[in-house]
Design a protein around this ligand. Sequence first.
Ligand SMILES: *Cc1c(COP(=O)(O)O)cnc(C)c1O
Length: 370
Amino acid sequence: MRPILATISHAALNHNLAIAKKHAPNSKVMAVVKANGYGHGLLNVAQGLSDAEGFAVLGLNEAIDLREWGFEQTILLLEGVFNTGELNIAASYKVDIVVHCEQQLIMLETEQLAQSVAVHLKMNTGMNRLGFVPGEFKGACGRLQACRNVRSITLMTHFAAADEAIGITMPLHTFQKTTQDLTQAKSLANSATILRHPEAHADWVRPGIMLYGASPVKGTAASTWNLKPAMQFTSEIISVQTIQAGENVGYGHLFTASKTTRVGIVACGYADGYPRHAGQYATGDHQYGTPVAVCGRMTHTIGRVSMDMLFVDLTDIPEANIGSPVELWGDQVPVDTVAEACDTVGYELLCAVAARVPFKVISEANNGES
Ligand SMILES: *Cc1c(COP(=O)(O)O)cnc(C)c1O
């Protein structure tokens, strides 16, 4: 087996969930575990987040998996159902559904479901992605109330700029004004809203990225909120080359040594989910590599990331050799710092960890392998 590994910590997930609850003490938590638990493995994260009152996913298959693994919490389909077949199955598994458009409303009005469903009615408050515009929202809510297939209604929206300076003032105002005479429960807040906009916590909060210990806000470290990385993405040095000034490294000769350089080759490439466009240029004294830890010490990538391997500078880590531990991201190298060097966000890197990477779960109970 190649030495690459993604280690998932139930303790970190549970700790981050407690932080969400501390910030929003009067709200129930719908842990967002879409995209295979943001790349951490759906079952792995559901176990670590089992204190959450609900789970939100996209696919009906994920919702059914959670039910079949024994999770009895609320489970919500964030895009709702795509046809009446799915609607019937969702109802039979007691899976809640978002209703964001007229077509989904009509399905509910025309089907004869064996069990009624709980609906989260979505308002478009300016994201312009999913949801009823404010002028149509109360009408949609009235139709759901009249619908015998509908057991309960939660009023929901999603903010486009909770993580930005512009914030949520306008869309929150729109939501509050539109729903002021409606008595149903409300659900508005993603991670950035939980951490930055307590006025929008409402009855349910929907944290995603913060539960995995990454930052929802560009330029603000996850540690600012005492969040802990749920994933340690690690590998090892599998080869060492010492090159002289003027020699190159990797495809396209992207790195040229300006002095004698000790180069470590790490068993991790873009086919493992490490971004190929990671900062890769290094000339003279200017190093633009992506941060990496080797033997617990910080260094950076050099040259171009290839499919199965990448290069790191070991010149200042003489103790590093074949078999030395490498942290690609985790406790020492926040995934957000890697993301920043690649002009993306931690979300994308976590979700992109490839299926070929083996996972290990450290569960809180036995504090060992499971
Ligand atoms: C993904 C998602 C969330 C979670 O967002 P984070 O920024 O990861 O906290 C919440 N609500 C909806 C509707 C989402 O699609």
